[in-house]
Design a protein around this ligand. Structure first.
Ligand SMILES: C[S@@+](CC[C@H](N)C(=O)[O-])C[C@H]1O[C@@H](n2cnc3c(N)ncnc32)[C@H](O)[C@@H]1O
Length: 240
């Protein structure tokens, strides 16, 4: 009887060891500093933005409403990317931000959150009349419409009329057009200014984005890093 019990225990132990060895092979490997817990930690520690005053509270509540109720068909940047746009705008004390691809104004309102503080303004371009009209309403209800010039039309053509210096360019429209937007706007960006491009994580699939990435990573006057969370943003510093 004792021998039988011992055999059953031994068989169970061997079976459990075999299952553990099989599942261990299927578990993702964690390598050095790049393991998931390290990468996930900052995101887990993030908290929603804390409004500094009543106006910021109002703007953030409009953004929250757009996030919850207007995203469908608007192709808005994810919240974490939008927060990066706001932070960079304040960090370089931007006075003039140029955005290609307004949609309903979601990313534009995040820029305005920063531009209220820096005393700057936004010029934003949208080809679709319906989205442009919705953006105008959203800028108004967020109380930032006075900071915004919305140009309705094809940005490839319209941006050639720009003459003023730019602190930040944000490219978030037709992917094939990214190199053209860069070529046309780079001369207006001040030294120390930034060129940001969205959906850069699509670079393997879209030739426009591949060409854009090549252009911003091979020019000695530029320094580019890639922020791969959210939709993927390239951040390019114009050094001189
Ligand atoms: C990804 S959405 C922009 C999202 C917006 N930046 C946001 O996060 O709220 C891209 C927008 O670019 C617009 N667009 C595409 N081609 C354009 C062009 N040639 N000129 C101006 N706008 C264009 C589209 O109509 C669309 O609304």
């Amino acid at each position: 009887m004792l021998k039988k019990i011992m055999l059953v225990v031994l068989a169970t132990v061997l079976l459990l060891a075999a299952i553990e060895s099989l599942t261990a092979q299927q578990r993702p490997q964690r390598r050095g500093f790049r393991s998931r817990p390290d990468r996930d930690m900052p995101a887990a520690q993030e908290q929603p933005p804390i409004p500094a005053n009543e106006q910021e509270r109002k703007i953030l509540s409009v953004l929250e409403d757009m996030d919850q109720n207007q995203r469908r068909g608007m192709m808005n940047v994810p919240v974490e990317d939008a927060r990066l746009l706001r932070l960079l705008t304040e960090a370089v004390s931007a006075k003039h931000v140029v955005e290609i691809g307004t949609s309903n104004g979601y990313s534009g309102i995040w820029f305005c959150l920063a531009l209220r503080t820096t005393g700057g303004r936004l010029t934003t371009y949208e080809i679709d009349a319906g989205r442009a009209s919705l953006a105008r309403k959203n800028f108004k209800r967020a109380g930032v419409d006075k900071l915004v010039t919305l140009v309705e039309g094809d940005a490839h053509k319209e941006i050639t009329k720009l003459k003023e210096q730019i602190d930040i360019v944000f490219i978030d429209a037709d992917k094939e057009g990214y190199p053209d937007y860069l070529n046309k706007l780079l001369p207006l960006v001040r030294p120390g200014g930034l060129i940001l491009a969205h959906n850069i994580s699509l670079r393997g699939r879209q030739s426009g984005i591949q060409d854009y990435v090549k252009a911003v990573t091979t020019n000695p006057d530029l320094e580019t890093i890639f922020y791969e969370r959210g939709g993927g943003i390239s951040v390019t510093l114009k050094k001189r």
